[in-house]
Design a protein around this ligand. Structure first.
Ligand SMILES: [Fe+2]
Ligand SMILES: [Fe+2]
Length: 267
C-alpha cells in the first residue's frame, strides 16, 4: 500500500504568492504518484471553511485516493476554534472522527493536537508563553485561534483522546498523525531570543511520549516548516511540509516543488 504525505500547504498564501492554482497542482501530483492514501497533516488553509472546501474538492477529484486529514493551527482560525474543529469534522477523512484501519495490519490514529510549551527553551515564564508575545511580535495563534481553555488544557484534551485510541488498537501496527512537533529533537535552537521563544508553540513532548509508550511504528507531523524523515527512538518520524513560497521552497516552480516535496512511503 502506497501512502503520500504532505502538510503545511497554506493554500491561500502560496496561491497568492505564486499566482498558481495550488490545489490543482496538488491533485495532479497525487494523480501521478497514485497513492492509495494521502495524509495531509494540517495547515491546509486559513480558517475551517476554506480548508473544508479544499479537502472536499480534493477528495471528490481523487475518488481512488483515501484522503486523511488532521487540522493544523491555521485551519482552526476562527472566533471560536471549537466551532472550527467541529466544522472540519464534517470531512469524512478527518482523523478526529476516529481511527482508520488501512488493512488487517495497519491503523492510522490521529487528530490535530496543540502545544503546551514543553518544547520551549528555559528563561521564560509560563505567563510569557501564554501571552505569546516577544520583541513586539505576537504569535499569530494568539490573535486568530480562540480556544475556551488555555493551551495546556487544549493539549491535554488531545493527548487523552489519542491515548484512548492507542490503547484500543494495541494489536495493530500504528501510524500516529498530528500537526505538532512531538520531540525537541526536531526543534531548532538558534540562540536568538525571538526565534527560540516561539519554539514553545511548536508542539508537545507528550505526543512523543505517547508514540513511545504505545509502540507507534510511524509518527507523522508538520507545523515546523523543515522537512525530516528519520528513525528516532525506534520510530519512523516523518515531517513533510510544503511550507511558504519562496523562502521555504527548494524549487521555484510550484508544480515541481509540490511534486518533489510529496513524500511517498510503502507499508
Ligand atoms: Fe504551517
Ligand atoms: Fe502549523
Amino acid at each position: 500500500m502506497k501512502i503520500a504525505i504532505l502538510s503545511d500547504i497554506h493554500e491561500g498564501l502560496n496561491r497568492k504568492k505564486t499566482e498558481t492554482d495550488i490545489l490543482s497542482l496538488l491533485r495532479d501530483s497525487l494523480i501521478q504518484h497514485a497513492p492509495d492514501v494521502f495524509i495531509m497533516c494540517g495547515d491546509m488553509a486559513g480558517g475551517p471553511e476554506k480548508s473544508l472546501d479544499l479537502l472536499n474538492r480534493l477528495q471528490s477529484e481523487l475518488p481512488k485516493v483515501k484522503v486523511l486529514f488532521v487540522h493544523g493551527n491555521h485551519d482552526i482560525y476562527h472566533e471560536d476554534s471549537t466551532v472550527a474543529y467541529d466544522t472540519l469534522l464534517e470531512f469524512q477523512g478527518n482523523l478526529g472522527r476516529g481511527p482508520v484501519e488501512l488493512n488487517d495490519e495497519w491503523v492510522v490514529i490521529g487528530d490535530g493536537g496543540w502545544y503546551d510549551y514543553s518544547l520551549g527553551v528555559s528563561g521564560f515564564t509560563e505567563e510569557e508563553f501564554e501571552l505569546g508575545r516577544c520583541s513586539n511580535f505576537t504569535w499569530p495563534d494568539k490573535l486568530h485561534a480562540h480556544w475556551p481553555e488555555k493551551d495546556k488544557a487544549v493539549t491535554d484534551k488531545y493527548v487523552t483522546k489519542l491515548e484512548q485510541w492507542l490503547i484500543e488498537h494495541q494489536e495493530k501496527k500504528i501510524i500516529l498523525v498530528n500537526h505538532f512537533v512531538p520531540f525537541d529533537h526536531f526543534i531548532q535552537i538558534k540562540n536568538e531570543p525571538t526565534w527560540d521563544f516561539f519554539n514553545a508553540m511548536m508542539g508537545s513532548s507528550r505526543f512523543g511520549e505517547l508514540a513511545e509508550k504505545y509502540g507507534v511504528k510511524k509518527l507523522v507531523f508538520g507545523h515546523t516548516h523543515s522537512r525530516y524523515h528519520e528513525e528516532y527512538k525506534g520510530i519512523e518520524c516523518i515531517c513533510n511540509p510544503l511550507g511558504h513560497y519562496p523562502n521555504e521552497w527548494v524549487l521555484d516552480s510550484p508544480k515541481e516543488e509540490i511534486h518533489t516535496a510529496m513524500k511517498i512511503i510503502e507499508i
